[in-house]
Design a protein around this ligand. Structure first.
Ligand code: NAG
Ligand code: NAG
Ligand code: NAG
Ligand code: NAG
Ligand code: NAG
Ligand code: NAG
Ligand code: NAG
Ligand code: NAG
Ligand code: NAG
Ligand code: CA
Length: 520
């Protein structure tokens, strides 16, 4: 029987059972520990300095260097922690950590980052080692926020494509040195910016990973950034609480909009459950809640109707070409929607604009518009766009790619992941990408994890882990790479014992009268 284990539960199991069973208690721990600590002096890797090596025998709150202190995590399995820095050029360096569990299944796991981040991903180091991967995560070439990008093109290059590459190259050498044998298979796990990094790895360094799990990817990065800025601009950002723009919707009015969206679209999938299975089919008409006859309560002014219409319309450029798909109806009810609609310009857009595109720390983007797209496209710092369908080298070397995207994602439209799928399909002239690339669309899920329905399936940033490949996308990838068995579906779980079978694009999730099933 499959049981859902909270991550800390897996941790206790692996420490209590595995360490004792395999290494026979304290004596073995000591030899593991001295083997670990020896790495401080025995590792000699190109461009790399070993900063610290520690052996963590039991759950520990590790202290995290740099400005990302809040992410300090407990380690899940007895492991050797190696902290190191790789000089990528004379003006850039990537700080990273390798977590090497006592019980190793021969697999390497490279990890990605989030937002413009700057932070080692301790949660997923913990997750990877709990499943017996040797896991490596980096700071993506800078500490903390995007301010480091200003006038530092090599730091931008680390962020755009190089950090994950050197993490793989140097990380695998550290793993080989510690265990005395090379990595058998290498994997990648990341979401959001991490999803983009995984896509970039497949495009630029197809040999680095055998299997890439890249969620909610920020592909077509510059366009995604302008689009998010435009979402904020549609509600008048930057605007102030004292004198809000007439375009602005206060939070209570967003609840009215969300209720009306559900009234119009929840039932399209046959079930009134608060989840719009296919938001691309929701043709929301905000005019239905426009104020009439002197009523000013729980209704929209004509200006606010226009704001909402803009938000749910794709972004087209000055020549009418598609810049980015529209915001998904339903996603406006996610708690993170305030990042776009709270009155400030979406912060990632502002920082990317200030520190990488315009090099102007006082820019407000108050006049951001589609007129700016050609400039952002032409600068494309570090080749960050990551919107290229030519995955032929990755496919030809036998690489496998799994991606997923929440249909209620308020940060990156899941429709863009369909667009990426279609781009790859057209570029490679393959009607179906099933033999190496599969996209799972997750109804109800927000950005990377959480939300409504059954948004938990072993992805990055998930905290409920089922130790079975039917329910765990990382283990499903292992089955695909090592056993040749590709996942047709992924079973998610959620609050109140929710379970739902998630479908791969272009299959559809259809209610059959009892449950949702996948239909071609
Ligand atoms: C990395 O760069 C730093 C600063 O320039 C330098 O001190 C250090 O020796 C370099 N390390 C390696 C391994 O090249
Ligand atoms: C290495 O890590 C240990 C244990 O966390 C810590 O006590 C020590 O100060 C660290 N050394 C350096 C050079 O950071
Ligand atoms: C880690 O820190 C948290 C919060 O301070 C604390 O509740 C927990 O007991 C600590 N865990 C360990 C293993 O020290
Ligand atoms: C070491 O850094 C130099 C540039 O400083 C680079 O050309 C070289 O490829 C790097 N080596 C590795 C293994 O990354
Ligand atoms: C997961 O299950 C496999 C067997 O299917 C077992 O070898 C492994 O130890 C389990 N992992 C954890 C973390 O319980
Ligand atoms: C800003 O600096 C980056 C390098 O960090 C450069 O690529 C870009 O062209 C500069 N932007 C402008 C508007 O000059
Ligand atoms: C005002 O309009 C909204 C939206 O149509 C409606 O829900 C609300 O009941 C109306 N209020 C009054 C007092 O008519
Ligand atoms: C935005 O545009 C308005 C009118 O076109 C102009 O007056 C204002 O200075 C611009 N603001 C910024 C920050 O560029
Ligand atoms: C719906 O699908 C489930 C799972 O495949 C199946 O057990 C059930 O019989 C189906 N119900 C109908 C009405 O087809
Ligand atoms: Ca529904």
């Amino acid at each position: 029987m499959i049981s859902v284990l909270h991550r800390t539960r897996i941790m206790h199991l692996s420490i209590a059972v595995l360490a004792a069973a395999i290494f026979g208690g304290a004596t073995a721990d000591q030899s593991q520990s001295s083997q670990c600590l020896a790495l401080q002096h025995t590792l000699h890797l190109e461009n790399t300095t070993i900063l610290n090596v520690t052996y963590l025998a039991a759950p520990t709150n590790v202290s995290t260097p740099g400005t990302c202190q809040s992410t300090a995590q407990v380690s899940a399995a007895p492991l050797c922690r190696v902290q190191f820095v790789i000089n990528t050029t004379s003006t850039s360096a990537v700080h990273a950590e390798a977590w090497l569990p006592d019980t190793w299944f021969g697999r390497f796991l490279g990890l990605g980052n989030g937002e413009l981040g700057g932070c080692v991903d301790y949660n997923n180091l913990d997750y990877g080692t709990s499943l017996h991967f040797a896991a490596v995560s980096s700071d993506n070439g800078h500490d903390g926020s995007g301010a480091a990008f200003l006038h530092h093109p090599e730091i931008i290059n680390d962020f755009a494509f190089r950090a994950v590459h050197v993490e793989a190259v140097i990380g695998k050498e550290i793993v080989r040195a510690y265990y005395g044998r090379p990595v058998a298979k290498s994997y990648y796990l990341g979401c959001s910016t991490g999803g983009r990094q995984g896509t970039q790895a497949a495009l630029k360094f197809p040999e680095d990973f055998d299997g890439i799990v890249a969620g909610s990817p920020a592909t077509d990065f510059n366009h995604a950034a302008v689009w998010q800025g435009m979402m904020s601009r549609y509600v008048g950002a930057p605007t102030s609480a004292v004198a809000p723009s007439p375009k602005f919707l206060p939070p209570a009015l967003w609840s009215v909009v969300s209720a009306e969206i559900l009234r119009q679209c929840d039932g399209l999938d046959g079930v009134l459950d608060g989840i719009i299975t296919e938001p691309d089919e929701c043709d929301f008409r905000p005019e239905a809640i426009q104020c009439t006859g002197g009523n000013t309560t729980d209704c929209l002014t004509p200006t606010q109707v226009e704001s909402v219409q803009n938000i749910f319309t794709p972004l087209f450029g000055v020549d009418g070409q598609l810049i980015y798909p529209r915001y998904s109806p339903g996603a406006e009810a996610d708690p993170s929607q305030f990042l776009s609609f709270g009155g400030d310009i979406f912060s990632l857009t502002l920082d990317w604009g200030r520190f990488a595109i315009l090099n102007d720390t006082t820019a407000t983007l108050a006049n951001l518009s589609v007129q700016d797209v050609p400039l952002w496209d032409s600068i494309n710092p570090g080749g960050i766009a990551t919107f290229n369908g030519d995955l032929s080298a990755f496919r030809n070397r036998g690489g496998k790619f799994l991606t997923y995207h929440g249909r209620r994602d308020p940060i990156i439209s899941s429709t863009n992941s369909k667009r990426m799928y279609d781009l790859i399909s057209h570029t490679l002239s393959l009607p179906s990408l099933d033999d190496f690339y599969r996209l799972f669309l997750i109804p109800g899920m927000g950005h990377c994890s959480g939300g409504l329905g059954a948004p938990s399936f072993g992805q990055a940033n998930d905290f409920n882990v089922v130790n079975a490949s039917s329910h765990n996308i990382l283990l499903a990838m292992v089955d695909w790479v090592e056993g040749g068995v590709a996942p047709d579906t992924i079973i998610g779980s959620g609050a109140n014992n929710a379970v739902r079978t998630h479908c791969r694009y272009p299959w559809r999730s259809v209610f059959n009268g009892t449950v949702f099933v996948c239909e071609e």
